[in-house]
Design a protein around this ligand. Structure first.
Ligand code: ARG
Length: 458
């Protein structure tokens, strides 16, 4: 059976091994085969609605999924041009060429690839919510376990004011919640079914596009076939979100590397996170954190690749866009790798008593003097500055008092930070719950049920 989906106009379809490998995508896009199968089955159902394919053919395609997917997984990865050709080849093989050869009616790989990728991403995230929950739980439990430990806040890398270590940890969680919110919002841009767009101009086959979208779980259909087939900004946006998330992880790594170094001594890293030196017996190096930090520049690179991929492309599909999946898969690989590690980082480090400089109480003293002596802040600032210049210590305020003196809701006051911990738990449960509810309708099992219902009713 011919493996190419085209060729009539060609004198020869064979290519050198080099060219084939260079332009084919099967060796990386076979990963989306399950979603591409479901999209193909949905198209078959739409053809059935038009009286073009028999119910019996739909049942047979439906039942062939496991066999088709297994064959694709086991196929040589240079055997097909792309996942679309492979799906049609195996459906034709297992169900019959009369069915398989008609599946191309009214559709193009240009609309199929973006619809399958969207579905793949949405299903992928179904499995990822547990990973995000683990990160959130580990950060919050670190804030709980270290509650009461005090470290300096650094500004300009100089000791500034005493803070609760838990307050610092919650600042990471604040950033993490924002990342989840952004990811949740961005996933909405994947909730679009592009079927019906054809190669870019639509099709003369009157497919029930709304019906196809609903079958697959999508709440929206695309509004413009040229936009559908020629843009990838949702993928760019997702990678942007990964870059921001990895930037947060990189900052956490930066902080912990510095705070745990012998010159700072405010954090202790478990040996589990470190390795030694082959030459210097004394070394304990924070490798886990250093590799965590390395992900941000890499993800920024993927983001840049995605942004530049669309530069200079005229409207309509161009094969350049095929590279989107390589960038996406690599970016996903990097971000998952680091997401898996973050809970281990938080479970394997703790705050320790370090040397907090007495001068970090200077701001509290100046604020106290304003209250007691009814002078302006500028005058109090000067008084405290002069006292420190003379080498005098601040004796009027302790570190514990400094914390308790804080009044604003976002401050490091222990009572407020304690409440914040509870607050963070609720906020992360809420956003993770929202993501889970949104993704539910894309589950493969739900899709199967909808197809079964359809088949029962015709
Ligand atoms: N493999 C292609 C991609 O991933 C699918 C679309 C190819 N279309 C075409 N006419 N060659 O973008």
């Amino acid at each position: 059976m011919e493996k190419y989906l085209w060729g009539g106009v060609f004198s020869e379809t064979e290519k050198s091994e080099n060219i084939k490998r260079f332009i084919d995508s099967f060796h990386f896009d076979w990963i989306i085969c399950s979603e591409n199968f479901d999209i193909t089955l949905t198209h078959a159902v739409a053809l059935n609605k038009l009286g073009i394919l028999e119910k019996d053919a739909i049942v047979k395609i439906f039942e062939s999924k496991q066999k088709v997917i297994k064959s694709i997984q086991e196929a040589q990865k240079d055997e097909f041009e792309d996942v679309h050709s492979a799906i049609e080849f195996f459906i034709s093989k297992f169900v019959g060429e009369d069915v398989g050869f008609n599946l191309r009616l009214g559709r193009s790989r240009n609309e199929e690839v973006i619809s399958s990728t969207n579905l793949w991403i949405l299903r992928k995230f179904l499995n990822l919510k547990d990973m995000f929950k683990k990160i959130s739980d580990s950060v919050i439990s670190s804030a709980e376990k270290n509650f009461g430990k005090v470290v300096p806040l650094f500004t300009h890398t100089r000791q500034a004011q005493p803070i609760l270590f838990s307050h610092l940890v919650l600042s990471y969680h604040e950033g993490f919640i924002r990342c989840l919110e952004r990811i949740s919002d961005c996933l909405e841009r994947f909730d679009v079914c592009h079927l019906g767009s054809g190669a870019g101009a639509g099709t003369g086959v009157p497919l029930d596009v709304e019906f196809m979208a609903q079958m697959l779980g999508f709440s929206k259909i695309s509004q413009n076939s040229i936009d559908s087939t020629g843009r990838r900004d949702n993928i760019t946006e997702l990678i942007f979100n990964f870059a921001i998330l990895s930037e947060l992880f990189s900052k956490i790594a930066d902080d912990l590397i510095l705070l745990s170094s012998e010159n700072f001594g405010f954090v202790e890293l478990s040996d589990k996170l470190c390795t030694g030196s082959s030459m210097m017996p004394q070394k304990k190096n924070p490798d886990t954190l250093e590799v965590t930090r390395s992900k941000f520049p890499k993800l920024t690179g993927y983001l840049n690749s995605m942004l530049m991929l669309e530069k200079g492309l005229i409207s309509g599909y161009s094969k350049d866009l095929q590279e989107d999946k390589r960038i996406l898969f690599s970016a996903l690989h990097e971000i998952f790798e680091v997401c898996e590690i973050i809970p281990e980082v938080f479970l394997n480090m703790k705050a320790t008593e370090g040397n907090i400089h007495n001068y970090t109480l200077a701001t509290d003293l100046a604020e106290k003097i304003v209250q007691d002596k009814k002078i302006t802040y500028r005058e109090a600032h000067k008084l405290v500055g002069e006292k420190l210049k003379k080498g005098e210590k601040i004796k009027d305020i302790t570190i514990e008092e400094s914390l308790r003196l804080k009044r604003t809701p976002q401050s490091t006051n222990p009572n407020l930070v304690k409440n914040q911990i509870e607050n963070h738990k609720k906020r992360s449960d809420q956003i993770l719950g929202e993501i889970e509810r949104f993704l539910k309708r894309f589950e493969e099992a739900d899709f199967r049920k909808r197809i079964e219902d359809y088949l029962r009713n015709i």
